[in-house]
Design a binder for this molecule. Structure first.
Ligand code: 6GU
Length: 260
């Protein structure tokens, strides 16, 4: 997978992309990342990239020309769906994704879909947003990472790259891969323990030390269901639940009413 990122703040990416999983994915050859400075596509001697909104409203918007020049240079083909311009077949393009709070919410399902493409183009917003023509005739997708406002799309682009990198084949070294993560199963992960077996009087649940693999698997599944029920009950309406899961949920509900 190759990811092109268009940003006014290229230096923001240096630290996060040089460490941990994203670093490993690049070292393995599973991921390559190119950071493109939007300023270098700016207009005139001052390399202008933004301007005041029409209609007399405060703030600044990113102008279309530098963004279109950046994407068309990076992809080396026409991409803007202008009037009387060259035909653009969106199906032949990599996703051209705006990072904006108005985008569709990023979920693990969206992450899995993005990971199937050989190439992504991420455009980081700054200022008060984009000229609407960028949304409509340049971008093919818009993503938000949650219901809060960031100062720009850079941190959101890093989140997208991290989430996508770790589901690329072979990137997670340990055998328990991304498949068991919270949300990959549709449930939150349950509690986990490591050594020591007792710390200041607080013991690891006996079942985990028992060596009974079937009992341990049942306990894990039950505690994942309990945690999901307690913290994110709405996830249970979409999670694929087996009849055994429903029996475990019934047990949990029994236990919780008795402990009240
Ligand atoms: Cl993608 N961008 C900005 N600026 N704020 C956000 C966001 C993106 N997602 C959530 N908040």
């Amino acid at each position: 997978m190759h990811v092109d990122i268009i940003t006014l703040f290229p230096a923001m990416f240096q630290g996060p992309f040089a460490e941990s999983i994203i670093r490993r994915a690049q070292d393995m050859g599973a991921l390559s990342i190119a950071i493109h400075d939007l300023r270098s596509f700016g207009l005139g001697p001052h390399r202008q990239v933004d301007d005041v909104p029409y209609g007399g409203r405060g703030g600044m918007l990113l102008r279309p020309e530098p963004l279109v020049a950046a994407v068309e240079t990076i992809l080396d083909r026409p991409v803007f769906r202008g009037v009387g311009g060259p035909p653009v077949n969106v199906a032949e393009l990599p996703p051209i994704i705006l990072l904006t709070p108005q985008g569709r919410p990023l979920t693990q399902e969206v992450v899995r879909q993005l990971a199937r493409y050989p190439r992504l183009v991420l455009i980081c917003g700054r200022y008060e947003g984009f000229d609407e023509r960028v949304r409509r005739y340049l971008a093919t997708d818009e993503i938000s990472i949650g219901d809060y406002v960031l100062s720009g799309g850079e941190l959101a682009a890093m989140v997208v790259v991290d989430a996508v990198a770790r589901v690329l084949p072979g990137v997670l070294g340990y055998e328990r891969g991304a498949e068991e993560d919270s949300f990959a199963t549709g449930l939150l992960e349950g509690p986990q323990y490591t050594r020591p077996p007792e710390f200041r009087g607080r013991r690891v649940p006996e079942v985990l030390l028992s060596g009974h693999h079937a009992r341990i698997a049942r306990w894990r599944r039950k505690e994942a269901l309990r945690r999901t029920l307690q913290r994110r009950p709405e996830l249970l309406t979409h999670a694929p639940l087996t009849p055994e899961d429903r029996a475990l949920l019934a047990e949990i509900q029994q236990e919780e009413t008795h402990s009240e």
